[in-house]
Design a binder for this molecule. Structure first.
Ligand SMILES: NC(=O)c1ccc[n+]([C@@H]2O[C@H](COP(=O)([O-])OP(=O)(O)OC[C@H]3O[C@@H](n4cnc5c(N)ncnc54)[C@H](OP(=O)(O)O)[C@@H]3O)[C@@H](O)[C@H]2O)c1
Length: 430
């Protein structure tokens, strides 16, 4: 290999992903140098606590106390692995890109909220900006869409974007246990944060979905337009009912760009057992993209963890080392279309709705009447199981119809004395 200058990088954040990046560069440095044509060399690091035991030798790197000042380090690229949509991560991103240095991040929250501003700053200073690890951890899905599928008009992109939720749902399914119990176990095993709300309420998947949507459709990032809900209200009984009907329950992020606008949502769905996403279990992530020439692409792999996430971060660095990088969203920021959010009411689909009702005469007739009056056609209605307070679970599956009609039926039932809890509505992926 010729004696080309190494790509000098500075690392902000030495936690799970930062530690993984150091270990990966240590382990695969020679191979990477042969592939990239030059070495990747860590020259400086920064985190909160210099004294913390990092389980490795970080004294060989320069230490910078003030993380934002890392932008001034004698490096070509700053790698941000701190997290948080604002705060030091954003300050570092702004300072780095303004200085014309490259910036690589795994921070989906920051890219979902500030990606357009950062892409514009990167263009202005001709600096590389890359964030492969921000979506689906180790899966090269951004690269797949930006490069491999770049010739296609993408109709929709959807998938399992949060490993914590998928881990919990798979465990609920395999063991017939309820959400709260499985969440506590996931936390003990390190698969869920002590404050799990970003994951289990669909926010994290929403961040990733909005990034994917921009790359796939060439639309301006619009995280604020993602309708998101999570998995807190799913019962073991819903999963059992779904299984009896031939479905598995998965938290699905789905984005589509059409004449009605950009549609983005993250909700629990019933996925037919013969669909590839039904077979994605545990903390795995998977993304499906449908292109008009390539057809259906499926990307699957580890959506988190030190090794997989470091793999994506270092792949971005290799691209920069080779000088192979383009616009972060696959086209210049000024080309990104400002697309209005599409109304979910117009969508046609089938639904699963589970009601928790008082065990008394006339309740089923009341639900059926509300559905009929709103124009919802019921395919099946199942009354099964009793919950703690003596309430009964009633699940209906609808025929295909506009989502607006289901919403109207639920609105009619709102406040009914027959319902003892808020109904759970899940779309059926089809
Ligand atoms: N973990 C994953 O599997 C994964 C997957 C995909 C993407 N990501 C993203 O990668 C990023 C890092 O995640 P992580 O799991 O590695 O986090 P982490 O283990 O909590 O590590 C965070 C690091 O940032 C440092 N830090 C925190 N606040 C700081 C501040 N105010 N100033 C300077 N340094 C600060 C911490 O310093 P100390 O060590 O001194 O406390 C720590 O080294 C996040 O954006 C996350 O969303 C993570």
């Amino acid at each position: 290999m010729s004696e080309t200058k190494p790509l000098r990088i500075a690392l902000a954040g030495l936690g799970t992903v930062g530690g993984g990046v150091i270990r990966l560069i240590d382990a695969n440095g020679d191979l990477i140098a042969r592939r990239a044509g030059r070495r990747i060399e860590i020259v400086a690091v920064s985190a909160r606590d210099r004294a913390k035991d990092r389980g490795g030798d970080i004294a060989r790197f320069g230490w910078v106390d003030d993380t934002t000042k890392l932008a001034e380090a004698d490096a070509d690229v700053i790698v941000e692995l701190i997290g948080g949509s604002d705060g030091p991560a954003l300050a570092l991103a702004r300072a780095t890109l303004a200085s014309g240095k490259g910036f690589v991040t795994a921070n989906k929250a920051m890219i979902a909220h500030h990606g357009l501003e950062l892409a514009t700053a990167a263009e202005a200073s001709r600096a590389p900006l890359k964030f492969e690890a921000a979506v689906a951890g180790g899966i090269p899905v951004i690269k797949g869409l930006r490069e491999g599928a770049a010739a296609n008009d993408i109709a929709r992109v959807y998938g399992i974007l949060n490993g914590t939720c998928n881990f919990i749902l798979s465990k609920m399914e395999a063991e017939g246990r309820d959400f709260a119990e499985v969440l506590a176990e996931a936390q003990a095993l390190g698969f869920a944060e002590s404050d799990p709300s970003f994951d289990i309420d669909g926010i994290d998947a929403g961040h990733k979905l909005s990034i994917l949507a921009s790359v796939a459709f060439g639309t301006r990032p619009a995280f604020g337009a993602v309708a998101a809900s999570g998995i807190r209200h799913i019962l073991a009984a819903d999963i059992a009912e779904a299984a009896a009907l031939g479905y598995r329950v998965r938290l699905i992020g789905l984005a589509e760009a059409g004449p009605q606008g950009l549609f983005q949502r993250v909700h629990a769905h019933l996925v037919p057992v013969d669909h590839p996403l039904a077979h994605v279990t545990g903390a795995t992530n998977a993304v499906v993209a449908e292109g008009n020439f390539v057809g259906r692409l499926l990307f699957q792999g580890a959506g988190a963890g030190d090794g997989p996430t470091a793999s994506a971060v270092v792949a971005d660095l290799i691209d920069i080392a080779r000088g192979e990088y383009g616009a972060p969203y696959a086209m210049p920021a000024a080309e990104l279309a400002d697309t209005l959010p599409a109304d979910s009411g117009d969508r046609i689909g089938r639904a699963y709705v589970r009601f928790t009702v008082a065990d008394k005469v006339g309740v089923l007739a009341e639900i059926a009447a509300a559905m009929r009056d709103a124009g919802v056609s019921i395919e099946s209605l199942i009354q099964r199981g009793r919950v703690g307070d003596g309430s009964v679970l009633v699940a209906i599956v609808t025929h295909e119809g506009p989502e607006r009609a289901v919403a109207q039926a639920l609105e009619r039932l709102r406040g009914s004395a027959s319902l003892t809890d808020t109904p759970l509505w899940m779309h059926i992926l089809g």
